[in-house]
Structures are given as C-alpha cells and as structure tokens.
Design a protein around this ligand. Structure first.
Ligand code: PA5
Length: 435
C-alpha cells in the first residue's frame, strides 16, 4: 500500500489541533459512509473497485480487442471528469515516447477538452490518412466542448467511412438512461457503456470513463481495479491510522493556519497529469461558499528552476503535497567520462534515480526550512496497481476533507455561471434573456 509520510508537516502542527482535526475527520468519515451529508446520493464511486462488474471489464476488453489492429488511432472525447482520469492514467502508464509507434495498441489522443480551432484542425490533419475510432465520454451528453468535437469528428467519419463503418468506429460512455448522447447511441446503434447515475464526473475514473480508454490503450484494468480495492480495504476503517483521515485532517489544519494554497508536486514527467486530475478533484469538490484550499501543481525538478524562488522565499501561503515514485526496473547509471570537464565524476556509481531521490530530499528540507510544510505519498513504482490505489486514496480523502469544510463534495454549481454566459453569447435558444 502507498505510504503517507507526515514527518515534514507534523512539526508545524500543534498537538491539540491535530487531535481535534482527526476527530472531525472521523465525523466527516461517518457522514460520507452513512450518506447523510449533502450530495449523499452520489457515493457510487466508493464501491466501484468492488462493484465494477465482470461484464464491464469484459466489455472494455472486448472493445479493445475489436479495435486492436484495425485502428491506428483512437480519439477520446471528453472534458473535466470525463477526460482527466483517463488522460492522467495513460500518461502515467505509457512509454514517454509511445506516440513514436512502439506499441501494438492504437495511439490514444484526446479531443473535446477545449474549443481551440488550431488543435482541432491539427487533429483532423493528423487523422487524415489514418484508420481511427472514437470514444465519446459525457455524462450529461450536452457539454459544449465534447459535443462540438463529437459533431465535427462524426461528420468527418461519415464522410470518410460511410454510415455502416462509422457505427463500428464509435463507442459512447454516458448516463444509463438520459441525455443527448444516450439518445444518439440508441438512434444510430452505437456501442454504449453507462456511467452509473450515482457517480459524478471527477469520481468516475474506475467506471467505464477511465476503464475503457485504459483498456483500449492496452493496459491492465484488472490490476488497476485491484489496487483501488486494496486501498479501499485500508481506508474503510474509522481509525487514527487511516491515511485518508490523517491527510484530510492535516490539509484542513493547514487551511486554518492560513496556508491557503496546496501545491501538488511530482518528480516525474509521467505524473504531470496527476496534478491536473488532482486540481479538478479538489477545486470542484471544495471551492464553495467562499471556502477551500486553492490547488496548484508543480513539476519538479523542472519548476524548481522557475517557481522555486517563490516557494522558498515568496509569500508564506502554501504547503506541498508530493507524490514520489520509484522507477520501474530501469536503471540509468551515470557513466564515467574521460575528461570530467563537467565535474560530474563524483556521481559515477549512482543512477539517475539516486540523483532524483536526493533532489526530492533536498527540496523538502529546503522548503520546510522556508516554512513550507510538506506531506508526501510514496509509491513503489508508476503502474496500474499503484495508480489505482492513488486515485482511490485521493478521492476518499477529498470527500472526507470537503465534509470537514462543510461543503458538498459532489456538486459544482458555480461552473454553470460560465456556461450560461457562453450559451447566451452564442445565442442558444432559451438563453438569450438569461443574465
Ligand atoms: O466533475 C464533474 O462532474 C465535471 O467536471 C464534469 O465531468 C465535466 O463538466 C464534464 O461533464 P459531462 O461528462 O457531463 O460532459
């Protein structure tokens, strides 16, 4: 199981504050498990690692097998919670240069997460001579970014492949019974998987939303769910040792101490999108009623050479939550050189991972000495099992933490303000008089 290390944050915390917050975390845990809090009907994600039924796993694998060899590319269309989990997982599992075509599985690319014309035009150009499939993910089926991307790509497909072939190239993932995407799936006979009604977007990575793209990319969804199951067993305990309760308590203490920004840090480019997923999870779950930690992300050691100055010596308003990971079997030793002109001979005998590890350690020491408390999660390596644990850990912690803050972890009413303005400006029927 992943390890939560608190040794570099506890010195900043008063003992009585810790006990009080831990007790509050336990009460929030009771609210979460009993379903008695706001949004209590949206807790289906808690059981996905145990309830993701055999049929769903088989369906995902069947689609992956069907497309293997026949699709050069699969475009995954979605935004927010219907995009970030799969994007994060695939970035984490894939070879850093996988697009160079080393894998047998289709190259997975994403669309519908922005309205950029440049991006869409590049994508259409990229797809021009390729055989491609579409996975369209939208719970509501009406979100404008993915809906528009789907329309453009579907028309492109119909034009290139004709109606019958297009039908075989599209899979939708949406609400079991309602919404435009469900209606289109029924009308045109697209293969379709359901997102359970009691699972919201940012908590949906263990449903078809995450599992289908991961399976189509050729990764092991059973191991992914297995890791999450193990995390679930550990976290379903109302005890002082529960790492999710400890983490939720500590981040709420930081907030009360005036540390209003939580910086999610990684030391591996493959974990860059973990930060993006975490940002959405915490911001949409907690940023309500003028409350909540502001989630930021940094990629180290890259950003130590840009934002490092601020972290060390700017406003003292943040703490860091780092995710550390060992390397996967690979060893890249520092080679000897004949001239030592770069002065690096003192590193011969070490690996790049040894150096990265010391950079992590040195950074934590520097930042805590600069009054930036540090929490860190340690995982053995970046793979399906460990990422399954990590996703579940953060979802669970986030829900507990939001209940401690007194907000509904499962809605996002403020997002509607932007949507209403956009629809009004675009002249959508029914929206022209809305403010
Ligand atoms: O977490 C959420 O609920 C949101 O981020 C949604 O996932 C996002 O807005 C996309 O919604 P939909 O899946 O309905 O297109």
């Amino acid at each position: 199981m992943l390890k939560l290390n608190t040794e570099m944050i506890l010195p900043f915390v008063e003992e009585q504050d810790y006990q009080k917050a831990l007790d509050e975390a336990k009460m929030a845990y009771d609210i979460l498990l009993s379903g008695s809090g706001p949004g209590g009907g949206m807790r289906g994600w808690l059981d996905l690692p145990v309830s993701a039924d055999r049929q769903l796993v088989e369906d995902c694998k069947m689609i992956a097998t069907r497309w293997l060899g026949s699709m050069d590319v699969v475009v995954v269309v979605g935004i927010g919670g219907s995009f970030l989990g799969a994007k994060c997982a695939l970035e984490a599992f894939s070879h850093s240069f996988a697009s160079a075509g080393e894998r047998n599985s289709p190259h997975i690319v994403f669309a519908g997460f922005s309205l950029s014309e440049d991006y869409m035009s590049d994508l259409l150009g990229y797809l021009k001579k390729k055989s491609y499939g579409l996975i369209v993910i939208s719970k509501s089926g009406t979100t404008i970014e993915p809906a528009l991307a789907f329309r453009i790509l579907r028309m492109n497909m119909l034009h290139r492949f004709g109606e019958e072939d297009t039908r075989r190239r599209i899979v939708t993932v949406t609400d079991p019974s309602k919404g435009a995407l469900r209606e289109m799936s029924l009308r045109y006979g697209y293969t379709s998987l359901s997102i359970p009604s009691d699972v919201g977007g940012r908590y949906s990575v263990m449903s078809a939303v995450g599992l289908l793209p991961i399976a189509v990319a050729g990764f092991d969804i059973e191991s992914f769910l297995g890791g999450a199951r193990e995390a679930r067993e550990v976290l379903m305990n109302r005890s002082d040792d529960n790492p999710a309760l400890i983490y939720a308590a500590l981040r709420n203490i930081m907030y009360r101490y005036g540390k209003k920004i939580e910086v999610f840090v990684n030391y591996h480019p493959k974990l860059k999108y973990l930060g993006e997923w975490l940002k959405q999870l915490f911001a949409e779950s907690e940023g309500k009623n003028h409350k909540g930690l502001f989630p930021a992300t940094l990629d180290f050691t890259t950003d130590l050479h840009s934002v490092g100055q601020y972290i060390q010596d700017g406003e003292r308003i943040m703490f860091e939550t780092s995710v550390l990971a060992g390397s996967k079997e690979v060893v890249v030793p520092v080679p000897p050189s004949t001239d030592n002109l770069d002065g690096l001979d003192y590193l011969v005998g070490k690996t790049l991972e040894d150096v990265n590890y010391m950079a992590e350690k040195g950074t934590r020491m520097a930042h805590t000495s600069g009054n930036v408390p540090n929490i860190y999660m340690e995982m053995e390596q970046i793979d399906e099992w460990n990422m399954g644990q990590l996703f579940y850990f953060f979802e669970f912690s986030c829900a507990v933490s939001a209940y401690m803050l007194g907000v509904n972890p499962f809605d996002q009413p403020a997002v509607e303000v932007y949507k209403t303005n956009l629809y009004r400006l675009l002249g959508r029927p029914g929206y022209t008089d809305k403010q």
